[in-house]
Ligand binder design. Sequence first.
Ligand code: ATP
Ligand code: MG
Length: 242
Amino acid sequence: MSLLAVDSLTRRFAGLVAVKDVSFSVASGSITALIGPNGAGKTTCFNLIAGALAPSSGSIEFAGRSTVGLPPEQICARGVARTFQIVRPLAGLTVLENVMVAALVRERAVPAARVRAQAVLERLGLARKADAPAADLTLPERKLLEVAKALATRPRLLLLDEVMAGLRPTEAARITEVVRELRAEGLTVLLIEHVMRVVMAIADTVIVLHHGEKIAEAEPAAIAIDPRVVECYLGNLRKRRG
Ligand SMILES: Nc1ncnc2c1ncn2[C@@H]1O[C@H](COP(=O)(O)OP(=O)(O)OP(=O)(O)O)[C@@H](O)[C@H]1O
Ligand SMILES: [Mg+2]
């Protein structure tokens, strides 16, 4: 069964079609990766799914109901949580307080939000930073904080936008492990990632965007040898890395 289904999704910005007639679904309990070159429309897709942007046309259904036209907080309350590619914690608050703010989407009372936030920080290995100002975190820690904020809302679908970018392999491995555990607990994950090692290791299905269009969808092994995907994206990535 699919938890998320987008159909003929299109988003225009002035003269540019950032997402063009894209259709895909995300199976419940799966890890699905959205990949493609810079500017392919990946983050715009997340903004559409999370309600930060409205589609120019097309439909988005989460758990069988349309989310088009709903504000982001209502989509989040339904169970869709996202991280931001550009990390932006509430800098005047501590790490714990940042996560508590997110937890209050689900919990009515502050003590319950605190308990939830502490549990999430523990799980992500950030508990020792709970009382630090969020502004003092290193980049890897801010990435983890983004994941923590998303998880604190108790999502059914987690959207991760390049959470591994800029991380050392051991740090990326930690997040990868957490994503696997979350999936084992029933969470569905849609992730945007340029780190192919991670995509190949954890994704069940890979969707490839190029100039706003979906050009491929398959399991990782098939994507890795798809001539069109290699030509427009993977070939360049491999060359860049030598
Ligand atoms: N709010 C906006 N206004 C105008 N153009 C935008 C806006 N958001 C995105 N775009 C444009 O839409 C296209 C797709 O951008 P998007 O951020 O979705 O790409 P991406 O696949 O996430 O790329 P990257 O891998 O670099 O993060 C780009 O050409 C971008 O400049
Ligand atoms: Mg992006």
